[in-house]
Write a protein that binds this ligand. Structure first.
Ligand code: ATP
Length: 244
């Protein structure tokens, strides 16, 4: 049984089919990357999985159980955390406070315990340790991305959904963020990653899927996707796909 399975997922915004008949699987322990250009439906797919939008039809199974249409807070409690595009770090809260917010799904935890776990997060994110007390708005884009991922991990998810973690970051920071994603997987968390940066997205993936205007057009191992020149030109190397 797959950890996550989408079956013929359809998501409509009004009459616009943002996601059309998408079926995919993510196995426990994998990093799976969902690629596609602007507006392909990548973010909507993640939003449907985490309950932020309701599928119009199809099903979403997590650990064999249907979660389609459940509330986001129920879904995070089952073990799915979503780090949305754009990071959304609270500007007036400190880095540590921002990270602590990620544990809000874990009922019954004392705040001292949450604070201790937030401190432990800095082992995975040493670059932001010294900013623990700094306010969110003072951070660079890369530092904010690290805070956002750390906050997602505070939910202790079995599946982490990451939406375009490389967006707007300098190449050297992108490398650092991807090294952290690889480490997250090594520590046992399954990752479904949305990326426009095909080269980086595939560099750490076990498998990839490519979406085009709401439809899955390709899937395979990174080598298969990246190794085929025609595919690369059509879907992975276009002008909308940044390469590092
Ligand atoms: P991007 O990288 O630009 O976010 P994406 O692949 O994540 O692209 P989505 O954001 O999922 O794509 O958008 C898929 C389609 O749904 C697009 O046509 C987009 O314009 C439309 N869309 C997205 N959000 C909404 C919304 N809240 N209301 C109406 N249409 C939307």
């Amino acid at each position: 049984m797959s950890l996550l399975e989408l079956r013929n997922l359809l998501v409509l915004y009004g009459s616009n089919e943002a996601v059309h008949d998408v079926s995919l699987t993510v196995e426990a322990g994998e990093v799976v990357t969902l690629l596609g250009s602007n507006g392909a439906g990548k973010s909507t797919t993640l939003r449907a999985i985490s309950g932020l939008v309701k599928p119009s039809s199809g099903d979403i199974l997590f650990d064999g159980r249907s979660i389609a249409g459940m509330k986001p807070e129920e879904i995070v409690r089952l073990g799915i955390a979503h780090v949305p595009e754009g990071r959304r770090v609270f500007p007036g809260l400190s880095v540590k406070e921002n990270i602590m917010l990620g544990a809000s799904n874990r009922a019954g935890m004392k705040s001292a315990e949450i604070a201790r776990e937030a401190e432990e997060m800095f082992e995975l994110f040493p670059d932001i340790r010294r900013f623990s007390g700094a306010l969110g708005w003072t951070l660079s884009g890369g530092q904010q991305q690290m805070v956002a991922v750390a906050r997602g991990l505070m939910a202790k998810p079995r599946l982490l959904l990451l939406d375009e973690p490389s967006l707007g970051l300098a190449p050297v920071i992108v490398q650092a963020v991807f090294a952290i994603i690889a480490e997250i997987r090594r520590r046992g968390t399954t990752v479904l990653l949305v990326e426009q940066n095909a080269r980086m997205g595939l560099s750490i993936a076990d498998r990839g899927y490519v979406l085009e205007t709401g439809r899955l057009v390709l899937s395979g191992k990174p080598g298969e996707l990246w190794g085929n020149e025609e595919i690369r030109a059509a879907y992975l190397g276009g002008r909308t796909m940044a390469t590092v």
